[in-house]
Write a protein that binds this ligand. Sequence first.
Ligand code: NAI
Length: 246
Amino acid sequence: MRLQDHIALITGAAQGIGLATARKFAAEGAHLVLCDRNPATLDPVADELRRGGAQVLAQALDVSDRAAFTTLVDAAIAQFGKIDTLVNNAGITRDARLVKMTDEQFDAVIDVNLRAVFRCTQIVAPHMIERGRGAILSASSVVGLYGNFGQTNYAATKAGIIAMTKTWARELGPKGVRVNAVAPGFIQTPMLATIPDKVMEQMAERVPLRRLGKAEEIASVYAFLASSEASYISGAVIEVDGGMTL
Ligand code: NAI
């Protein structure tokens, strides 16, 4: 139980990596503040975790909505008195090749994957600074390090996450707050659901471990980074990709 009585706020917690992370943190003893734009999938997750013994504050919201997120954070502080870890997990794709990508596709991905991460962190960080401790974790991607066909917008946001992580590690380190990013390879979640099986097989063949990753394999890295076992890790970008980018 590495996260006993830990309070973790996880965005995009209703499915995929966010859901696996919520389950992992709860299994390690944490209580949870969860949000997702999809109430139909978020509510059953909150119920499941409560049945397992965790205290859960769950709110359907769009992370791009500053007012709604501020209200959630205020409610979390009122209920739990603190937020130990923020996991900026919510993310979307709107893929198209450079010459076909519309401004709408570009802006939609920037709004959720980059601007909302800035905003959510800006709203939570003062509470961590006040206590002199906390961990901010964000979802980057190997795509942010190496680029990817058809993902101008998405790759830009995931590279931006790395730049913000390093900047915040410098700004918040002296205040006792650690800031890190995880850069997953290809992880089997609903986000990849539209990719044909044949392409998924080809992707797996490029990975030295010869398979795609599981959401639980990202969740366990977030749990480690949130725990005191990672007490001297800040400003890091941890690639979790089965060796895909070697
Ligand atoms: P997913 O699409 O399976 O789940 C994302 C969750 O975030 C959904 O429940 C969705 O409703 C929620 N969400 C999306 N936009 C939101 C918004 N504006 N406000 C609130 N909630 C919102 O995605 P997955 O695969 O679990 O990815 C999670 C994170 O990990 C994302 O940031 C993604 O970019 C990143 N990632 C995923 C990889 C993969 O291969 N699956 C690889 C590298 C990074």
